[in-house]
Design a protein around this ligand. Structure first.
Ligand SMILES: [Zn+2]
Length: 290
């Protein structure tokens, strides 16, 4: 476990995947009320996750949210066991485009059937670009497809911490871009870097490679610039993604709090409580039936 900043810790987990030793880094974000685990690791990792969380001063039982950044097994296969171990209601969040894979409606894109049963887990709330999760002062969803169709990164604005997930890897503190072998749509993944380049980032946590905390803005813009000649992407929160026309301006926290109700125990149980959170402005401001 590495304390990244106040209220954020990067877990250190390692496992053998197909003969390779793989290190992975779920991120724990917490405040007085909630504890959020961004990515859940693989099956069999509950004891290590428990140990790592305790080292950060956050018992596993405090967990209230699990955010799955994408459908790959090293991110989501451990979620079901974690839910069982916590023993109370935990909200599972994923991007709308990876949710069908995570829930088992579609086969996981990269799962090899010879590795055993296909993992799946229910998703309580599907999110989209620029949604803000009302926890720990607000966690902004940044849609960064390419590694998977519904891949997302998470931005904690209060501490300028970016949870990169697999949008880029990191080696010795240096961002190295998306992993070529595991990224089916590399062109899309490279375009996604331009999305990341519009946020002010003090430190970045990559799921593979860990913490990068030196000249992060510069590194991300350089990567994005190399990919698309947008080295002069300005930092700010009103950049409009040329692919989608979506603005990166984060939607106010209160909008989502208003739609969901922010107290976990009062949320109705599935399936009624599940709702789709769309990006279009015309959905905002009107409550969704539950
Ligand atoms: Zn991964």
């Amino acid at each position: 476990m590495k304390q990244v900043t106040d209220g954020i810790a990067m877990l250190d987990l390692s496992t053998d995947m197909g003969g390779y030793q793989v290190e992975i880094h779920p991120t724990l974000i917490w405040d007085d009320k909630d504890a959020v685990l961004v990515d859940a690791g693989l099956s069999g990792m509950v004891p290590t996750i428990r140990y790592e969380m305790e080292a950060a001063g956050v018992p596993l039982e405090r967990l209230t949210w699990i955010v799955l950044t994408n459908q790959d097994v090293d991110h989501m296969a451990g979620a079901e066991e974690l839910l069982a171990a916590v023993g109370h209601r935990v909200l599972v969040i994923a991007h709308v485009k990876d949710t069908p894979y995570i829930e088992g409606e579609k086969p996981l894109m990269k799962h090899n059937a010879s590795r055993g049963p296909v993992p799946k887990v229910r998703v309580d709330i599907m999110v989209n670009h620029a949604d803000v999760l009302p926890v720990a002062g607000g966690l902004t969803v940044i849609y960064t497809p390419g590694h998977t169709p519904g891949h997302m990164s998470i931005y904690h604005r209060n501490t300028k911490t970016l949870i990169v997930a697999d949008a880029s890897e990191c080696r010795n503190g240096k961002l190295t871009g998306p992993n070529k072998e595991c990224t089916p749509d590399m062109a899309e993944a490279l375009r996604s870097l331009t999305n990341l380049a519009t946020y002010d980032v003090k430190r970045a946590v990559c799921y593979h490679g860990g913490l990068c905390d030196r000249n992060v803005n510069e590194q991300i813009r350089k990567l994005a610039g190399q990919a698309y000649g947008v080295a002069n992407s300005r930092c700010g929160c009103n950049f409009t993604d040329p692919r989608t026309g979506h603005s990166t301006a984060a939607r106010p926290l209160s909008l989502l709090i208003g739609r969901w109700g922010h107290t976990v125990p009062t949320l109705p149980s599935r399936p009624q409580q599940r709702r789709r959170v769309d990006c279009e402005a015309n959905h905002l401001g009107s409550d969704v039936d539950v």
